[in-house]
Design a protein around this ligand. Sequence first.
Ligand code: FE2
Length: 277
Amino acid sequence: MPARRRLSRELADDLIGTRPAAAEPTITEATVAVDDDGAPVFAYLPAGEPQEVMALRRAVLRIRCEALSRAKGALNISRNFGFTPRRPVYGREGCQIGRLAAESPQEHRVLERWALLLERTLDQIDPSIVARDAQTMTQVDSSWRLGGGRLWTSGVINRSSALPYHRDRFNFSTWSAMPVLRRGIRGGYLALPEWGEVIACRDGWTLFFVGRQHVHGVTPMRTVQPDGYRFSVVFYALRGMKDCLSAAVETAYARQRRSQRERAMAARLAAGQPMLP
Ligand SMILES: [Fe+2]
């Protein structure tokens, strides 16, 4: 399907932070959208056999999501998975696997399996996408690839979150994959205003696109069953992982940084000096 640009990048920038209006989906069938230069813009199709979708649903429903209050008072309920970069201000001295892997190992393994499944699907859609993105990802040490694949380092599960328009500015400019699981809920479509398209995000279907490149947001949603839900499970490549050394070196580095800090704190205590935050 040809994709026509409706909005320049600059005009799309003005939408960032605003919320998509309710709209009916324009893309409801399996689609690979291609721009005027023949470059793919997004792909939307069912990925994974029914039993794999069932395993993903079961895993996602079991994972504990956390409420994060965002700017403007909107609540986003989500859970990160995969690898996380160094964040010394949060006491994360090294790159590491996120907490979910230890908290829900079985469910995390399902997500890792899906990383490979989605990579294979993307490769079937257009092998040149995977070849180019895998080349970009050689900037990140191979210990930080979800499921031992080539493309993604990390991901997030969003629970019924009508995210405002944004670009994924913490990611590499590589393709992300977003399977959606939903029951008893209306709306929650993915709007791509630069292309004038609204993707239906059907249960068990996956949307692929470069989230850093194209402005995107989620239309309002409304449950029509008491236990209705919409989960989007986004697989992506975090640019912060570029600065990570190999997993073995990171673990040693983190241990060394922690003990350095503990020694410094002990010294301050011994000298009767106030503790630094
Ligand atoms: Fe995003």
